[in-house]
Write a protein that binds this ligand. Sequence first.
Ligand SMILES: C[S@@+](CC[C@H](N)C(=O)[O-])C[C@H]1O[C@@H](n2cnc3c(N)ncnc32)[C@H](O)[C@@H]1O
Length: 253
Amino acid sequence: MNDTPVNEDTARVRGASPAGATDTQSAARRVREMFTAIAPHYDLLNHLLSANVDKHWWRRTAATFSPLLSRPNARVLDLCCGTGDMTFALRRAGPQAQITGADFSHAMLRLALKKSDGVTGLKWIEADALQLPFADESFDLLTSAFGFRNLADYDAGLREIHRVLKPGGQFGILEFSEPKGILGKLYRFYFKQVLPRIGGLVSGTSAYSYLPASVEKFPSPAELASRMTAVAFRKVEWVPYTFGIAGLYRGTK
Ligand SMILES: C[S@@+](CC[C@H](N)C(=O)[O-])C[C@H]1O[C@@H](n2cnc3c(N)ncnc32)[C@H](O)[C@@H]1O
């Protein structure tokens, strides 16, 4: 990662830019510190603030890839795995797949490891999504749930995903989005006014103010899809989940 300013071009967001970040390195450091700080409360707040809909989103994403997951010896990487809920959903959909969860927050990974007691065949690796410690063309499937938006450089992240996927390999990036219409207005009120207050009270951090700010700055589905196509992914599509509160980006190398 270089030290180019986070958002050199206001029309094209380079990557996550938490408050106080001046370049891609400081943005990544702040993101890691933030997730490390909220790790002990992360699961509770996730389920509470999403009214458990998050579990449905992980399950639905895993089910989308079940034909691929049920191939013998399918190699799967769950990037930005955090405490592992997406990884566990993949395991349930593909009991034979070789699944690795990767994250750069040691505290989040420790929780994933603790939760994986009794679940077989999972590997956990501490790694930066922008510099993955895997050879080219290592995986048949790469997923990332609510992690990609936090990368300091989205195009660099997409290039790294492209590099580690096998030809014909697929990715699924699950991310928040901003629903439109009346529901969008109600949701924005909840997301910007209510969620940061509850999150702040429980976690004692400002991470839950960063969340709506990062979703607002995140490229639109159409823009991100075109950036995915620009790094040579094919069959790129975005499928909205729950009225577009979240959605799944898919593509093939
Ligand atoms: C919102 S959490 C999502 C965790 C999990 N996938 C889920 O659905 O609950 C985002 C995760 O991305 C990780 N992350 C952010 N930037 C990263 C990077 N550059 N490399 C690796 N992990 C990163 C954070 O440490 C955090 O655990």
